[in-house]
Design a protein around this ligand. Structure first.
Ligand code: AMP
Ligand code: MG
Length: 474
């Protein structure tokens, strides 16, 4: 029998933090993917089995599970929604391992009291997209929720047309979001805010003493996270406050995508009409979200409200410096200058400027410089007499050493989950062919290591292949 080492601390919080729910059974569950390496990390020794399939489909509850849907609110595209909550996600419980405590959540396992008009289901496309992207992010060294399993439910669900239903088993340090704090702040429930803060301190920031410490730690974690996203050309696509974790893990890959050609204004999400969540706007949105977090925490900041507002405002404003420091360090590593090089930010931003001007592929341009210096970069971008770039290249050569250049390979992936490859994988999966899904996962498991067998994933899309639109996938 499958054993999960459950200890469900969130389910022990007061009733108003969640609703107890029962997953809706899937009529004919079929296991599509099982992440054996992650399972082992979670202390789940058993391989895929019929019982496991039933667990990941929501048809069978493992011993110790206490299924709940968590309550939260959130700003969606800037507008506050006082009640969102898990409308199609069900937390089975928390597994305790020697590496920490992890939520095991079924996404797409049926309706909950927070479903509003929705069916509580997910379809195959977004489930496989999240599986691939969240595991790829992890392999790139970027904090993320993870994917333990994907099952097909055997039931078609209605979107624009009928699509095969699926459930993703998501693993996270927790699913507590900025929106979780906002939910109680909007209700002026200070007791709940205090309980939630204590829970977050115990779980994510044990060194923190109070709300202010948590705000600072969370701000720093997000500054680092967004800089890491930008370092691989990642565009989250829907950075609503309900999709920003307190732990600093990337969550919710609905319209998420990696860009091919570098364009700071790139947007993939079909619903992001005004570019709110465009690539280069992500730090601005992060700080906006952190300001919402600070606002929600304010009732816990002590009796002198004016003084607390002043301090919290300074902390929020401090994001810009934190982000710049992280971003410049990443650019310094990507360019082989080293994280602490005083010109890392200046030279990095100049490089990006040239890249945008030349329409270069983000991943390939950095990697070309890394593997073959300025000659390879020229070949990658296409020959042209480009004085400004030549001058930049001369300076780059002067500022780097063979030693620092050798380290570039660890900062510049060869392979990312390119959007056209992800779409092709989904199209194949819809015909029952999971070979592209499996190959993509294999190719992205070690994204920095040269591997001729996976050469196609290092290539930029041809003119007609580019996929520049993604959908939220609800
Ligand atoms: P998301 O866009 O996945 O971050 O979801 C935003 C909100 O919509 C959350 O409260 C979700 O639980 C809810 N939601 C999304 N899709 C569905 C669905 N198919 N059924 C019920 N609720 C949903
Ligand atoms: Mg969400």
């Amino acid at each position: 029998m499958t054993q999960f080492n459950f200890d469900n601390s969130y389910a022990r919080l007061p009733d108003r933090f969640f609703a107890r729910v029962t997953p809706q059974p899937a009529p004919a569950p079929r296991l599509l993917a099982f992440n054996a390496a992650l399972a082992a990390e979670l202390g789940i020794s058993e391989g895929p089995s019929e019982e496991m399939t039933d667990i990941f489909a929501g048809n069978h509850l493992p011993i110790g599970a206490e299924p709940i849907a968590q309550a939260y609110a959130g700003h969606q595209f800037g507008g506050f929604v006082p009640q969102l909550g898990d409308g199609r996600a069900i937390l089975l419980g928390e597994v305790v391992t020697d590496r920490g405590r992890f939520d095991i959540q079924l996404k797409g396992a049926g309706r909950t009291p927070f479903s509003r008009g929705g069916d509580g289901r997910a379809w195959l496309g977004p489930v496989l997209r999240e599986y691939v992207l969240s595991e790829a992010m992890t392999a790139l060294g970027i904090p993320s929720t993870r994917a333990l399993a994907a099952v097909a439910t055997g039931e078609d669900i209605l979107r624009e047309d009928l699509r095969p239903g699926a459930v993703l088993t998501r693993v996270a340090q927790s699913h507590i979001r900025v929106g979780t704090f906002q939910y109680f702040a909007a209700r002026d429930d200070q007791e709940a805010l205090r309980i939630l803060l204590d829970h977050v301190i115990a779980r994510h920031y044990p060194q923190a003493q109070n709300a202010e410490d948590v705000l600072i730690a969370m701000r720093d974690a997000q500054a680092r996270l967004v800089a890491q996203w930008m370092g691989v050309g990642f565009i989250h696509g829907v950075m609503n406050t309900d999709n920003m974790t307190i732990s600093g893990e990337t969550i919710d890959y609905g319209p998420a995508a990696f860009m091919d050609r570098y364009d700071p204004e790139q947007v993939f999400s079909a619903i992001d009409q005004y570019g709110r969540y465009a690539y280069a706007n992500q730090p601005n949105i992060a700080v906006w979200n952190i300001a919402q977090f600070a606002t929600a925490l304010l009732p816990l900041a002590g009796a002198d409200r004016e003084a607390a507002i002043t301090r919290f405002t300074q902390i929020v404003q401090g994001f810009a410096d934190r982000f710049d420091a992280e971003w410049h360090a990443i650019l310094g590593r990507k360019l082989g200058l080293g994280a602490d090089h005083p010109a890392a930010g200046e030279m990095g931003l100049a490089f990006l400027y040239h890249l945008a001007r030349r329409g270069g592929d983000f991943t390939r341009a950095f990697r070309a410089l890394c593997d073959g210096g300025t000659a390879a970069l020229d070949a990658e971008l296409g020959t042209r007499d480009d004085t400004a770039l030549r001058e930049w290249g001369a300076r780059w050569a002067a500022e780097t050493t063979p030693d620092t250049r050798a380290q570039m390979q660890e900062a510049n992936p060869l392979r990312i989950p390119r959007n056209h490859q992800v779409e092709a994988m989904i199209t194949a999966a819809l015909t029952g062919d999971l070979s592209k899904f499996e190959r993509l996962n294999a190719a992205l498991a070690a994204p920095f290591a040269p591997d001729p067998a996976f050469a196609e994933y290092g290539a930029a899309p041809l003119a007609g292949e580019e996929v520049t639109r993604t959908f939220c996938g609800t």
